[in-house]
Design a protein around this ligand. Structure first.
Ligand code: ZN
Length: 460
């Protein structure tokens, strides 16, 4: 077997490009040091391979296109240098550039660039942009710069990473916009591929709002932070799994997220689009789960009410019962707690009608102040409005979740984890662009974004 390092050493003799790197491997003691030195040499060799391959391809004859202005065949003006930043460092080569023989303006082309799918002013190769954007989905821009540098040695500014995210996030938003318009014109999206087992699982849909810190003035980082709400929805198939101890538990499969910086009206077409992708109409069951937010329940009524099972988050329902208890038994905590616990127990175990009746009865008590009566009435009306969404005993029997915890954890992941770091605050476009990259990632559509066809160039 050939010893790779010796071969590289011999190849290196007339050039001396890797002398230091090879020596570093030979001298390294610890495993970590050997790997680190080999990593560095690997990057150098990789870059060499790319440049040689490009030189080779540049020698092959071109098929010249015709001038778009006068129709004459373009003619070679000779070899011109080209360089681009890649995951292997700065790569340079030369390739033929052609022009119109009649001198028509703006006809300069490099056919090899087109074959390589790079654009005239592109400074960064797509695989590097993609890696930078992927890191930025999880990490602050400055951290991305540091990690890229540590891993590959490339020197990219945090500002460049930021620019890539803006360009690619914008592209993700434009694609979504197109799909929403197409849906409005009666062209539904292509449903997502899913295996038969998943297709037979119930589909759970839930929505919630999350606050994010925004800059008070566009373009200016100063001033007091303004908090604005983002609407987040989750669509997921509900699988049953069994622990080793034989206990059944619910497990989300095919988790998809939708989010918008705006109101529930803005969320609606996005949610519908994703529901169609997730084949909601052919799902064996559709379950809507949410807390008391009126906007979200309107959304449910407009979109999914027919044939769906809707569940009011048990925790929120119980919280409201506590409000009633605290109001009715002001100051008498033990009494309030007993009353609350008894009603909560009834609510949980199939006696929601009795709970509503009990509240109605309590309101009639003569000794209450107007304020107490108002609180009790609000809670009563809340549960009465949702009386077909609080049959918790039944939901439990069907193996459904009683709470919107999964919506909340989806929100946490999507929003908190990246957008609510110490000292962070966002401009609306800056937030939107990164949000849509995160969505693309979590929904398994990230790689599709980086196909170079009809793309804006990722210039830094
Ligand atoms: Zn011409």
């Amino acid at each position: 077997m050939l010893e790779v390092l010796s071969v590289l050493e011999k190849l290196d003799v007339p050039f001396g490009k890797w002398t230091e790197d090879i020596a570093a491997i030979r001298e390294a003691k610890s495993l970590a040091a050997i790997v680190r030195a080999s990593w560095k040499l690997g990057l150098g060799v990789g870059k060499e391979i790319v440049e040689q391959e490009l030189w080779k391809r540049a020698q092959q004859p071109n098929d010249w296109p015709t001038c778009p202005t006068c129709g004459k065949k373009l003619r070679s003006k000779g070899m011109r240098p080209r360089q681009i930043e890649t995951l292997l460092g700065n790569v340079s080569w030369s390739r033929r550039v052609g022009r119109c023989p009649e001198g028509c303006k703006e006809t300069q082309v490099a056919p090899l660039d087109q074959v390589l799918e790079i654009e005239p002013y592109q400074q960064t190769s797509w695989e590097l942009v993609q890696m930078g954007c992927l890191l930025a989905v999880f990490l602050p821009f400055e951290t991305v710069r540091i990690i890229l540098h540590q891993l590959t040695g490339v020197e990219i500014s945090a500002k460049s990473v930021w620019n890539w995210v803006q360009n690619m996030g914008k592209r993700a938003m434009e694609r979504l916009e197109t799909e929403i318009n197409q849906l409005a014109q009666g062209n539904p999206p292509t449903p997502e591929e899913m295996n038969e087992t998943i297709e037979k699982m119930p589909l759970v849909i839930g929505a919630d709002g999350v606050m994010i810190p925004m800059r008070p003035h566009a373009g200016k980082p100063d001033g007091k932070t303004r908090w604005r709400e983002v609407k987040v929805a989750i669509l997921s198939r509900l699988g049953q799994s069994v622990t080793r101890a034989g206990r059944e538990f619910l497990r989300l499969q095919q988790r998809r997220l939708v989010a918008v910086f705006g109101d529930t009206e803005a969320l609606r077409p996005r949610l519908m689009l994703e529901a169609l992708r997730q084949k909601w109409q052919s799902a064996p069951k559709v379950i809507w789960i949410s807390d008391g937010g009126k906007g979200f329940w309107n959304l449910y009524r407009q979109c999914f009410a027919q044939g769906a099972i809707a569940i009011l988050d048990f925790y929120h329902a119980a919280q409201n019962l506590w409000k009633a208890a605290a109001a009715a038994f002001d100051g008498r905590t033990t009494k309030a707690r007993q009353w609350f616990e008894s009603l909560r127990h009834q609510l949980r175990h199939g006696q929601e009608a009795q709970v509503i009746a009990k509240l109605a009865e309590t309101i009639e008590f003569k000794g209450f102040s107007d304020e107490v009566r108002k609180t009790l009435t609000t809670v009563h009306n809340y549960l009465f409005t949702h009386q077909s969404h609080i049959n918790y005993q039944h939901y439990k029997e069907l193996g459904l979740p009683l709470g919107s915890g999964m919506v909340e954890s989806a929100c946490k992941w999507l929003i908190q984890q990246r957008f609510k770091g110490v000292g962070m605050h966002w401009s609306e476009p800056g937030f939107n662009h990164l949000l849509h990259l995160r969505l693309a990632w979590v929904n398994g559509r990230f790689d599709d974004l980086f196909s170079p066809i009809s793309s804006p160039s990722p210039n830094s």
